[in-house]
Design a protein around this ligand. Structure first.
Ligand SMILES: CC(C)(COP(=O)(O)OP(=O)(O)OC[C@H]1O[C@@H](n2cnc3c(N)ncnc32)[C@H](O)[C@@H]1OP(=O)(O)O)[C@@H](O)C(=O)NCCC(=O)NCCS
Length: 155
C-alpha cells in the first residue's frame, strides 16, 4: 500500500476535467466543465493531490477571505481513501483559513452523509444544535431545466 508521502500535494486549483472526473468517481452530480472552470478560478484556495499525472484528491475554499469561508469539493478517489490524504488536505485548508480568517469568522461546509465524524476532527460541529438551527441549502435548478429528471430533485 502506498504511503501518504508518495503523493504530491499541489497548492493550486486542479483542472476542471480532473475535478469533474473525481466528482463522478464518488457519485456526485455532474457540473459542466465550463461552469466548473469558472468556479475553480474563483477559489480562494485549493489543493490537489497527484500520483504521477493522475489527480486523486481535491479540496478547496471559497468565500470573502476574511469573515466567511466555505469548504467545497473535498474528495479522495475511492481506492486511495483511508490513507490520510483527506486529513492532510484538510490541514492545508484549515492552515489557509487560519492565516486569513478574522476572529468570529464563519467557516461552513456541507458534510456528505456519514462523513460528519471526519470533519469533527477539525473542529466542525453538527447542526442543529442547542443554539443553531438546521443548515440549509438548495441545488440551483433553472426553471427551464426543472421539468423532470435528476436535476429537479432537491435531495
Ligand atoms: C471523506 C474523505 C474526503 C476522507 O478522506 P480520506 O483520505 O479517506 O480520509 P483519511 O484517510 O485522511 O482519514 C482521516 C481520518 O478520518 C477518519 N474518517 C474517515 N471517514 C470518516 C467518517 N465518515 N467518520 C469518521 N471518521 C472518518 C479515518 O478513520 C481517519 O481517522 P484516523 O486519522 O484517526 O485514522 C474521503 O473518504 C472521500 O473522498 N469520500 C467520498 C467523498 C466525500 O464524501 N467527501 C466529503 C464531502 S463533504
Amino acid at each position: 500500500m502506498m504511503h501518504v508521502n508518495t503523493y504530491e500535494f499541489v497548492e493550486n486549483i486542479p483542472s476542471a476535467e480532473a475535478l469533474a472526473n473525481l466528482r463522478k468517481l464518488v457519485g456526485w452530480r455532474e457540473i459542466d466543465e465550463r461552469s466548473m472552470a469558472k468556479g475553480l478560478a474563483n477559489s480562494l484556495y485549493a489543493v490537489f493531490v497527484k500520483v504521477e499525472e493522475e489527480v486523486i484528491g481535491t479540496a478547496r475554499v471559497v468565500g470573502d477571505s476574511s469573515t466567511c469561508f466555505y469548504i467545497q469539493d473535498v474528495i479522495v478517489k475511492p481506492g486511495c481513501q483511508g490513507l490520510g490524504i483527506g486529513t492532510t488536505m484538510m490541514h492545508k485548508v484549515m492552515d489557509f483559513i487560519g492565516e486569513n480568517a478574522c476572529t468570529g469568522a464563519t467557516i461552513g461546509l456541507m458534510s456528505a452523509k456519514g462523513k460528519e465524524g471526519f470533519y469533527e476532527k477539525f473542529g466542525f460541529r453538527r447542526r442543529p444544535s442547542e443554539s443553531f438551527g438546521h443548515g440549509m441549502f438548495q441545488l440551483w435548478i433553472p426553471k427551464k431545466e426543472a421539468a423532470g429528471g435528476e436535476w429537479s430533485r432537491n435531495e
